[in-house]
Design a protein around this ligand. Sequence first.
Ligand SMILES: Nc1ncnc2c1ncn2[C@@H]1O[C@H](COP(=O)(O)OP(=O)(O)OP(=O)(O)O)[C@@H](O)[C@H]1O
Ligand SMILES: [Mg+2]
Length: 468
Amino acid sequence: MTHNSPSLRRRLLLFVALPLCAVLVCGAALTYWLALTYANRVYDRWLLDSARALGQLVNSDAGRNELSDQARILLQYDPFDRVVYAVRSTRYGLLAGDRTLPQPKAAAPQPDPVYSSFRVGDHTMRMVSVLITNQDDPRDTLVVSAAETVRKRHLLARELLTATVPIEFALIVIAMALVWFGVNHGLRVLDPLTREIRLRHAGDLSPLRTDDVPLEVQPLVATIDALLSRVEKMLAQQQRFIADAAHQLRTPLAGLRLQAERALADPSPGTVRDALTHVERLSAGTARAAGQLLALARAQAPDEAIGAAKPLDLAELVRDEVAARVPEALAQHADLGYSGPARGVRVLGDAALLRELLGNLIDNALRYGRLNGMVTVSVQPEAAGEVVLMVADDGNGVPEPLWPRLGERFFRVDGSASDRIGREGSGLGLAIVREIAERHGATVDFGLGLEGRGLRVEVRFPAMAAHV
Ligand SMILES: Nc1ncnc2c1ncn2[C@@H]1O[C@H](COP(=O)(O)OP(=O)(O)OP(=O)(O)O)[C@@H](O)[C@H]1O
Ligand SMILES: [Mg+2]
């Protein structure tokens, strides 16, 4: 674990803390808005009462042009806000008060009180207007307007805000603490799993127990289980391979020892010579087997070890390889030839591995082919961009029922225990071919060879675009 690894705890907290802070800000804004709404409602009511009271006083006043002291006190006694009023008669115009006060917005005077807001300089003012009938003149109506600045409303809203924000903040801190506690506690459900894996024996690849694993972690456990089972399969395969390989090497080594004992027991030149011939053949076979084991290991190496596949010209590669093996074929009295385009057949692949593949196929064709026989190698581009590499001979071939087994490690067809030139194969050649083909996304098929005899091996490479 490094300090840079992402922390689930930190992440969870961050995901909770940021939205909570946003909630705090929104909450504060909402509180302020609500407080202002209610403050407006309360003070509007108060303003309306003042306007109505003023209307009564105006009606009962004789002079009308002048407000009584009582009315003046009623209106102007306000420690926070500036209060202005106006009494207008629909017939006689402004009777008293401030003429700068605007007329109510409603087009015609209405029975219900009309509220409005307007700005005077830096101040916002709230105004209410009510209608009352003029008691002296029943055909006249009085519009009484009272307006005030909104300072005390904002003061009240701000007061409410300063009272609630610390409470909200405290709640959020408590929530965060609970989340912290919950996360810590919640993460503890992983402890049994960690303990189980830690206490495991190195060779124990059985699936993990999942009864006390939380639901959310089960996909992870399933992935680990899948990995474990793959590793187990690979280990078993490797162990079988090592056992097989040891067995394969033990047989020729026992043979070598036997020949040496024979020569020691009877030092006559004839016996020694015969024993040495055997020794030479056995050691060549063993060397071949060791080489094949190495080649198989190379073919199975993880992808990055051989480098990424590059586009290459398969026709050119195959033609070169065939040309290089013609002298060997001649020495074995076989007619080895290439048919197909000289160049320009592109596949994605690793040249060294493909040479290894082809080498094994040519090797088999020459070894198990007929004396003075033919071996044909061809590269053929097919429809849809596929490319087929084929090696065919006209020897004895392999009985069709055994074709599916060709490519099994150490599988050899009975009766071909030693080939035409007396060397024993190790039974790995076609396994190597299969392995390399698989790495190139290619398939391997077997069929009858030339003129209805022998064996034909076809390696079908996918189209270049489809491969990657
Ligand atoms: N062209 C062929 N004609 C007839 N039999 C073949 C041919 N190719 C392969 N076989 C049979 O298939 C068996 C497996 O071939 P493979 O190349 O895997 O192993 P090998 O040739 O015996 O050993 P290696 O190639 O590792 O030295 C051979 O032993 C042989 O019996
Ligand atoms: Mg072979």
